[in-house]
Ligand binder design. Structure first.
Ligand code: C5P
Length: 212
């Protein structure tokens, strides 16, 4: 079983994806980490994440040990990720890894949950279940501010809002694999739901789709 979970930044899809993977005993891939790692690797090499040559070189030589680095979870990494994600050559370089994970999930699992922006539309268009997770900009900003504060980051709310809006616009407006729900995706708006409620609704939806 392949579950594709897409949606904008801080919509709650990461937490939801992790919980669904556990509940259904599936492997989990946070595809945003691939773009974040590419963005961070580009910066570490002294490159510019908005420059095709710099970003594609980083994507092609991605060091998978970077995945566990705390540097990936900063706002700076999120912005760099959305810049490299805009470049078609970067997306092409990361596609095989994602498809291969879905086709051959690790640890003997029989399926996978992938979360990102284009899983249901590009990476796994034949996924058994597609969920598009949404939430209002204000809700998402509030969540991200709380998350960053809990990590002890010194943040300015207006800056977080501006970065998120710029990231949303870049993700929605790019020519390749823009952030858009697949035609057959179920829309889950988490603006007024806590993590438990979102999980309960998504789980019920998956069971309704997969039970005969
Ligand atoms: O999900 P996360 O916020 O970690 O993703 C960081 C950035 O990576 C997104 O803003 C988006 O630009 C890019 N991304 C993407 N396609 C994916 C996953 C992430 O373009 N499948």
């Amino acid at each position: 079983m392949i579950v594709a979970l897409d949606g904008p930044a801080a919509s709650g899809k990461g937490t939801l994806a992790r919980r669904l993977a556990e509940a259904f005993d599936l492997a989990y891939l946070d595809t945003g980490s691939l773009y974040r790692a590419t963005g961070v690797a580009t910066l570490r090499a002294g490159g510019d994440p908005a420059q095709e040559f710099d970003a594609v070189s980083a994507a092609k030589t991605l060091d998978l040990t970077l995945f566990s680095s705390a540097d990936l979870r900063t706002e700076e990494a999120g912005v760099a990720a959305s810049q490299v994600a805009f470049i078609p050559g970067v997306r092409a370089a990361l596609l095989d890894f994602q498809r291969n994970f879905a086709k051959n999930p690790p640890d003997g699992k029989t399926g996978a949950v992938l979360d990102g922006r284009d899983i249901g539309t590009v990476v796994c268009p034949d996924a058994d279940v597609k969920i598009f997770v949404e939430a209002s900009l204000e809700t998402r900003v509030a969540r991200r501010v709380k998350e960053l504060q809990e990590k002890g980051e010194n943040i300015i709310e207006a800056r977080v809002r501006a970065d998120m809006k710029a990231r949303d616009d870049r993700d929605k407006d790019r020519s390749v694999a823009p952030l858009v729900p697949a035609g057959d995706a179920w829309i889950l708006d988490t603006s007024d739901l806590d993590a438990d409620q979102a999980f309960a609704q998504a789980k019920a939806y998956i069971l309704s789709k997969t039970r005969r």
